[in-house]
Ligand binder design. Structure first.
Ligand code: SF4
Length: 365
């Protein structure tokens, strides 16, 4: 069957809208970004939710809006401060894009959030899904959405067994999402899709018996809900062994700003490098050599501070943290990208999660 032939008729769609919206009126979670239709606040929440769980995003959202209540304030702030408020959320490109997009809105849209979906999609960090979500929620514009939760829900409703990441699957689901939209209340409808996808139609063991649209669901009637959507090949994880060094000079430590292409671009970090030596004395030599290349400082690696295990995207990282002293420098490397920072001011700098852990280790001792 041609995939487009899977799309249900108008009677089905009408019934679906009614049941979904009724369920949403009774079951919508009370989330801070649902108390407003300000497009700026909706935009911030959508960007935060792109790769962050709702529970985590809640507190960050409130704090971010308190400090940057509108487009003008965000645009006028420094990237460093924005990243400081983003710290811990990960995927820092999102924070930088928010900041850049706010500056574009000041320059090109008189500080207002644009209404034209094409213009919105040209802003940094905003694709078709995010533009549709913001404009439908803030203005009730009749624009479809498609993200992880709605992809799962919609493909189960259709019992679609193709790959949802391929263009055929994407085209089918975007068309379905568009056809489903009601004439009014597009914002509530889109949120309801995501809410059922996230709270009821969960990846594993979906709660079909409590699902408001169970009678319309083809995957359920064909007992396929556990195998749809068809899972892509699992992520291949890669193990990495790294070292981070707290280099002391009096009461100050050396921080460097991660440059373009580095994992934490725009954030500050303790000098960090990949390591391969197995024996402790060789490991220290390797770190000293790599840190000299990275920073220009000749160091002596001292005590071990901690070993931190963490994951970043597809990498599983074992991070060895050391303290070190400076023996000399090949050239002056203190610049805009590298500074000696009094430990008491570390809180002012945006750091990665592990960078912050290290900073707490040294400030608390
Ligand atoms: Fe998902 Fe089950 Fe509802 Fe179908 S019936 S949409 S599989 S929760």
């Amino acid at each position: 069957m041609d995939s487009v032939e899977l799309l249900p008729d108008a009677v089905w769609r009408q019934s679906f809208r009614r049941q979904l919206l009724r369920w949403f009126r009774r079951n919508a979670r009370d989330l801070p970004w649902r108390q407003t239709k300000d497009p700026y606040a909706v935009w911030v929440s959508e960007i935060m939710l792109q790769q962050t769980q709702v529970l985590t995003a809640k507190s960050y959202f409130v704090r971010f809006l308190q400090r940057f209540p509108d487009i003008a304030t965000l645009a006028a702030s420094s990237e460093q401060e924005v990243l400081r408020y983003w710290e811990g959320l990960g995927y820092y490109r999102r924070g930088r894009s928010l900041h850049q997009a706010a500056q574009r809105m000041m320059a090109e849209f008189e500080g207002k959030f644009p209404r034209d979906p094409q213009a919105v999609q040209k802003l940094p960090g905003i694709g078709r899904y995010t533009a549709g979500a913001i404009l439908s929620i803030a203005f009730d514009d009749r624009l479809p959405i498609l993200e992880t939760n709605s992809i799962r829900l919609l493909s189960r409703l259709l019992a679609y067994q193709g790959d949802t990441t391929r263009s055929v699957g994407q085209k089918l689901l975007w068309t379905f999402s568009e056809q489903l939209l009601p004439r009014r209340n597009a914002g509530s409808f889109n949120q309801a899709l995501m809410e059922v996808g996230s709270c009821v139609c969960t990846p594993k063991s979906p709660a079909c018996s409590n699902c408001p649209v169970r009678k319309l669901c083809r995957a359920r009637s064909q007992k396929l809900q556990e195998v749809i959507p068809v899972v892509k090949q699992k992520t291949q994880y890669e193990d990495l062994h790294e070292a981070a060094v707290v280099i002391w000079r009096g009461q100050k430590v050396l921080l460097r700003r991660c440059t373009t292409g580095e994992r934490w671009e725009g954030l500050w970090d303790f000098p960090r490098c990949e390591i391969s030596a197995q024996k402790e004395h060789l490991l220290r030599k390797e770190i000293e050599k790599k840190v000299r290349k990275l920073t220009g400082f000749t160091i002596h690696v001292g005590d071990s501070l901690a070993t931190i295990r963490h994951g970043v995207t597809r990498f599983r990282i074992k991070l060895e943290c050391y303290e070190a002293g400076v023996l000399g420098s090949s050239r002056s490397r203190v610049s805009l990208q590298q500074k000696w920072i009094p430990v008491t001011t570390l809180e002012d700098y945006p750091l990665s999660v592990t960078g912050r852990k290290i900073s707490r280790l040294i400030t608390e001792s």
